[in-house]
Structures are given as structure tokens and as C-alpha cells.
Design a protein around this ligand. Structure first.
Ligand SMILES: [Zn+2]
Length: 254
């Protein structure tokens, strides 16, 4: 069974969700997490998770939403759903100017605390913010006891060590299939039982669909690449990632 641990089914570029899920199943897809980035997308992710038994969801405010008025109580209400398996995606993004570092930090830390209150793991988006990310996680490590996942991991192997020391899991997507991805060493360094696959669709389609609209079925190419990098059969990767998924997302049930 393939699992896509990070998908945004809310995207307007998609026609029918049924078709996406059909394609996913046909490719061997079993489960996916539909990820919110603001209140509306978190709510619509919940609606899909309520409707489709192989869809779970995560709720939260993405760092690029930090300059808006965000109410954590709205997210807290969504987490009451038994289909909500994590708070996310949340974090820091210092890529696109302008951004307010303080507001991002404040929003991020408040949601780390919320995750702890709700007893949920965290899905973290971190872009061009390595140093601050690590110091925030260290300062708030008491809130991390339900786990955290570095999604679309793009930082160094050395930094992975620092996150591992705090208990991190790591998800990789289509970018590992790109030429010159230079992720092989990092992936081999991270313990197998801390890894997960994702698409981050509609973004970052893997080779051979690079540049096209991404969708959950293409997680299959990410699994193939993991098998290749780790030098194991694809079935071994599927089995381990399924274990990792249920260990990390404790609320997820088949
Ligand atoms: Zn995402």
C-alpha cells in the first residue's frame, strides 16, 4: 500500500476529487493526508476526510498566512474530528519577500503549543529558515512529545542530525527524483523508521511528470526512488513506511 503523507486536494486546478482518488487507488495508493494551510483549506480537507475513508486531514496556518488574522480556536475545533491526525502545515518560510519573521514565529509557536494541547503531532514546513527553526524547536521541545515531521525536507544531513535528536520524522517528495537532487546521502543517513513519502501535490511532480500538475498517484515514483536510494525492494519500503505512518500519526486508523 502506498501512502501520500502530504497532499493538497483543495487546489482549484483539480477537477474531480473522485478521479484523483481513483487514480491513486489504481496506482496502489491506500491512504493520504489532505493538508490545510489556512482555515478554509483545513475545513475543506475535513469535509473530504469525512467523505472518503482513505483520506485523513491536518489543520493549521501556513507561515505565509502569518500576516492575516488567524484564530487558533478555529483550528482547535477542527482537531476534535477523529479524521484529524495532525496540526499542519505550520512553520517558517523566509523565501518570498516580504515576510514578518516575528509574526511567523509567533504563529508557529502558538500552534506548536496547540498541537501539544490537542495531543497531536505536527507537520512542519521549513524554507530558508534552518537556524531559527532549530532554535524554536529546541526552545519548545516540551511541546513536541506527540512528534513532529519535517515535510519536503530540504536541509542538510547535519541539520537532520539536530532534528533527529529532538525526535523528528522526515518526509520527502518529488524533488528526490530530480537530477542533481543531492538527497541520497541525507536519506541514507536518516533511520529508515523515521522516513515517509509524500507528493505535496499539486506542486513538485516527480520525474517523469516534472513540471506537470502533481497528484497523489505519483507518490509511486517517490517510493521507487526511495527503494533505489536505499537499495531495497519497493515492497520493503511500502511495509516500513506503513509502519512509520501509523506510529507517527497515532489517530490514523484503517
Ligand atoms: Zn504542503
Amino acid at each position: 500500500m502506498l501512502i501520500d503523507s502530504h497532499a493538497h486536494l483543495d487546489d482549484k486546478k483539480y477537477g474531480s476529487v473522485e478521479k484523483l482518488l481513483e487514480n491513486f487507488s489504481a496506482a496502489g495508493g491506500g491512504l493520504l493526508i489532505d493538508i490545510g494551510f489556512d482555515y478554509d483549506s483545513s475545513l475543506s480537507a475535513k469535509e473530504r476526510a469525512d467523505k472518503y475513508p482513505n483520506v485523513f486531514f491536518a489543520a493549521g496556518y501556513h507561515p505565509q498566512e502569518a500576516d492575516k488574522n488567524n484564530d487558533n480556536a478555529l483550528i482547535a475545533a477542527l482537531t476534535a474530528s477523529d479524521r484529524c491526525v495532525a496540526i499542519g502545515e505550520i512553520g517558517l518560510d523566509y523565501h518570498y519577500e516580504p515576510f514578518d519573521k516575528n509574526r511567523q514565529k509567533e504563529l508557529f509557536v502558538s500552534q506548536i503549543a496547540l498541537a501539544d494541547e490537542c495531543g497531536l503531532p505536527i507537520i512542519i514546513h521549513s524554507r530558508d529558515a534552518s537556524a531559527e527553526m532549530l532554535s524554536i524547536l529546541k526552545e519548545n521541545s516540551s511541546y513536541l512529545k506527540h512528534g513532529f515531521l519535517m515535510h519536503c525536507y530540504s536541509e542538510s544531513k547535519e541539520q537532520a542530525r539536530n532534528y533527529l535528536d529532538l525526535g523528528a520524522y522526515f518526509a520527502f517528495g518529488g524533488a528526490i527524483t530530480f537530477k542533481n537532487a543531492k538527497k541520497d546521502d541525507t536519506i541514507r543517513y536518516i533511520p529508515f523508521d523515521r522516513l515517509l513519502a509524500e507528493t505535496d501535490c499539486p506542486y513538485m511532480a516527480p520525474v517523469p511528470y516534472r513540471g506537470n500538475l502533481n497528484e497523489p498517484q505519483y507518490v509511486s515514483f517517490v517510493y521507487d526512488k526511495f527503494a533505489d536510494i536505499l537499495g531495497v525492494g519497493r515492497a520493503v519500503v511500502e511495509e516500513q513506511f506503513e509502519k512509520n505512518f501509523f506510529t507517527f500519526f497515532k489517530k490514523a486508523r484503517r
